[in-house]
Design a protein around this ligand. Structure first.
Ligand code: ADP
Ligand code: MG
Length: 389
């Protein structure tokens, strides 16, 4: 789950990480009020969406009068903002953050994530702040400095100093920087984050460090431990199909292709997608209906798939280990009838009671194409998608 910038900044503040003064608003009038309450003679109005790249896309606007704040908020609120990190249709802007502008003498990047190979949290810092850090890391790996955190000891002051000197900070800034990195590491661990990023972290003329941007991704599997954070979920920022799937307990991710996949087990789903690609097709989604796939879940999965209008064929690949193939076949038949599936459905069943399952499908009178193995299933699905109008 992602947090909005303003939510991440609230969290930063509870860990003593300095952020610009700001207030949120969901109407233009509230934004003007926020500007008045902040005071000063200039403001930054920032669209709150679950994506970066807002600056370049016009989602971060400066205003020199309260009227301009009102205008910027009115333009942003209710619109959809498309950035390099969203799809072309963008994400809806329902909240803006009105902030006091901070003049940056220098911009840095600071990020924390889990290094799975090392099984440790890693702090990354770079002088190339405000830029796309993936590009920096690819072009000039030396420009990103890392510190690996021992989970028992926590991040050590010497590690913070090493990162700070790599950023070119002055000795006088080191105490503040160390506190900031330590706060960020505590925030990361306490809240079961999977990614925390400050891009840019800025130094003012006076040398003070502030997080101008804030990104926090939380580990969904640990959210049950943080009901207060879970309550901040913003469904307007999520793909409606992925949201519906989560509510049904299905693992679903939308992709760009035309062949929908319905598979039980994540590993089998990955293998199925690989084979679709190998035979020249593109998967429309990743969908794991779970090890204990039931007829009801299969029906729910079909509903989800057919709501995606780019789907031209459906490939069902179910291994009946825990479940029986005849029950799955009944589920498929019921679902194809109920949901009125118009595109070809290729079914590969394997496992317990597979013969009975195949008989049921063959006798159903529905447009279901049976496949004996995975390769045949993938090939048939690709051909069916190409032939499908
Ligand atoms: P994104 O990463 O989505 O583009 P940021 O929060 O990083 O959004 O903002 C983009 C740019 O806007 C920043 O790099 C910075 O130059 C400017 N900016 C953002 N917030 C402020 C602020 N409070 N004061 C001054 N400039 C800001
Ligand atoms: Mg940013």
């Amino acid at each position: 789950m992602n947090l909005h910038e303003f939510q991440a900044k609230q969290l930063f503040q509870t860990y003593g990480i300095p952020v610009p003064e700001g207030r949120v608003a969901s109407t233009a009038a509230e934004a003007a009020q926020a500007a008045r309450a902040l005071g000063g003679d200039a403001w930054v109005v920032k669209a709150q969406i679950h994506a970066g790249g807002r600056g370049k896309a016009g989602g971060v606007r400066t205003a020199a009068t309260v009227d301009e704040v009102h205008g910027a908020a009115r333009a942003l609120l209710g619109s959809r903002l498309a950035t390099a990190q969203t799809g072309p249709s963008g994400l809806p802007v329902e909240v803006v953050l009105v902030e006091t502008p901070v003049a940056a003498a220098a911009e840095y990047y600071l990020g924390l994530l889990v290094d799975r190979a090392r099984e440790r949290m890693v702090v990354m810092a770079s002088r190339a702040g405000g830029m796309d850090i993936e590009a920096v890391a690819a072009q000039d790996p030396e420009a990103v400095v890392k510190a690996v955190v021992n989970p028992a000891a926590g991040v050590q002051p010497y590690q913070c100093r090493r990162l700070g000197f790599a950023l070119g900070l002055e000795a006088a800034q080191m105490k503040g920087f160390t506190a900031l990195v330590q706060g960020l590491c505590r925030l990361f661990a306490d809240n079961d984050a999977s990614l925390v990023e400050i891009n840019p972290l800025v130094a003012t003329d006076g040398g003070e460090l502030l997080a101008l941007d804030a990104k926090v991704n939380l580990d969904d599997n640990a959210l049950y431990r943080h009901p207060d954070l879970a309550a901040r979920r913003d469904p307007t920022q999520e793909d409606p199909k992925e949201r519906a799937a989560r509510e049904q307990g299905l693992n679903y991710i939308t992709l760009d292709g035309a062949i929908a996949c319905m598979v039980n087990g994540a590993g089998l789903a990955m293998a199925t997608m690989d084979l679709v690609k190998l035979h020249g097709g593109e998967p429309a989604n990743f969908l794991d209906v779970g090890g204990g796939a039931t007829a009801d879940r299969v029906a729910e999965a079909f509903k989800l798939i057919v709501s995606d209008h780019k789907v031209r064929a459906i490939l069902v690949n179910i291994f009946g280990g825990i479940v029986r193939c005849d029950l799955i076949a009944e589920g498929i038949i019921q679902a194809v009838r109920e949901v009125e599936v118009a595109v070809p459905v290729v079914v590969r069943l394997e496992g317990t009671n597979v013969e009975r399952g195949r008989e049921l499908l063959a006798g159903s009178g529905l447009n279901v194409l049976p496949a004996a193995d995975l390769t045949e299933a993938a090939r048939t699905a690709v051909q069916a998608a190409e032939a499908s109008p």
